[in-house]
Design a protein around this ligand. Structure first.
Ligand SMILES: C[S@@+](CC[C@H](N)C(=O)[O-])C[C@H]1O[C@@H](n2cnc3c(N)ncnc32)[C@H](O)[C@@H]1O
Length: 348
């Protein structure tokens, strides 16, 4: 694939490389075209700059080798596609033995795979997270996605983006600042080039202001990473059309309205966790940020079956982050991870 060879050379460097244009054309031009006459036209205009800064080889030294792995994926057409618990593309019999081994090697070059599972031409990517469990918890609790334009903020590998499309969304845009996960997404997308599902290398804060263009916006597993959670909620609101639906999933703690936990340093070994509110506090934050019709549709404690080390993510995982003598606590002594899924609507 010439496009991907070029892609390797073009991403960032000087950020003035004229061949960057080629990258937009192959990976994002279709998205830009289809958004340019819609309410999301300001996003279409922002895409070239987002790609230049988000896929910058000066800032991300491993990116060239990930792009090599993307480029080396075998040419193939999947005989089957299933956007189900395991997002499945093709069967082992669609590839030769040599192609299968090439595919396996190229997928493994992007390890760790955290969000999935996927099955790609018979290679099962057993990700750290059973992300399908989260989807099962919310699937029946949200407004059906049929014909909706959907944003998934902090989408990781894009697993849930594929599930959103599978559930009838007209268009799905994920945004994800980690280039490794963006490249993982492209490893899947290259076998579904016409799917109206895209992932941009970007943060929510980089979105054009007051887009007001999405019917549903998801923010799952992001709020607790934000130092300013209220700003995050206000930015989420601005992505939505009036009355549009927010699906917010985040870590919580037990407690009354007004209470939230701010870890002294790490929480479950993560050093970028800022606020874990109670459900009542989170509801207040949502009200103050311009949402109504606010409800908690699921509360679950994360299990070591849902988040665990696998062949595709061989680092430490949840069981290593809990107190070995009391699994109701993290190793720092805080309440063990418990998550809420909130659904709310933009007021106006
Ligand atoms: C815990 S993961 C959650 C992934 C997925 N949404 C899920 O629920 O399984 C959080 C993701 O959010 C991304 N992220 C962190 N800060 C972000 C921001 N400001 N805007 C968008 N994404 C962000 C991270 O790179 C990471 O991939």
């Amino acid at each position: 694939m010439l496009a991907l060879q070029v892609l390797h050379k073009l991403v960032c460097g000087t950020c003035l490389d004229p061949t960057i244009e080629y990258f937009y054309m192959i990976c994002y031009q279709h998205l830009i075209d289809s958004l340019s006459l819609t309410k999301l036209a300001p996003l279409a205009e922002a895409i070239p700059a987002l790609v230049k800064s988000g896929l910058c080889t000066q800032r991300h030294a491993d990116l060239p080798q990930w792009l090599d792995a993307l480029h080396a994926m075998p040419e193939a057409s999947p005989s089957t596609i299933a956007m189900q618990d395991t997002v499945t593309l093709g069967a082992a019999s669609d590839l030769s033995t040599e192609q299968r081994s090439q595919l396996d090697q190229n997928l493994r070059a992007l390890i760790p795979w955290r969000k999935g599972p996927f099955s790609v031409f018979g290679t099962h990517i057993d990700t750290e997270w059973r992300s399908d469990w989260k989807w099962s918890r919310l699937q029946e609790k949200i407004t059906p996605l049929t014909h909706r334009t959907v944003l998934d903020v902090g989408c990781g590998s894009g697993y849930h983006c594929w599930r959103m499309w599978g559930d009838g969304a007209q268009r799905v845009i994920g945004i994800e600042p980690s280039p490794r996960f963006v490249v993982q997404f492209h490893q899947i997308k290259r076998y579904l080039p016409d799917a109206p599902v895209d992932v941009l290398p970007a943060t929510l804060e980089q979105m054009p202001v007051n887009l007001s263009g999405f019917d549903t916006t998801f923010s799952m597993g992001v709020l607790y990473h934000r130092r300013s959670p209220i700003d995050h909620l206000r930015e989420l609101k601005e992505t939505l059309k009036p009355k549009g639906e927010l699906v917010l999933e985040t870590l919580i703690v037990d407690g009354p309205e007004g209470y939230s936990l701010m870890p002294e340093k790490r929480y479950a070994q993560m050093n970028n966790v800022w606020f874990l509110p109670s459900v009542a506090t989170l509801s207040l934050w949502l009200r103050r940020s311009g949402f109504d019709n606010i409800r908690a549709v699921d509360i679950s404690t994360t299990s070591t079956e849902e988040q665990r080390a696998t062949e595709w993510m061989q680092y430490l995982s949840l069981k290593d982050f809990l107190d070995p003598t009391d699994s109701s606590k993290t190793c720092e002594g805080y309440p063990a991870p418990k998550r809420v899924i909130m659904v709310a609507n933009r007021k106006s």
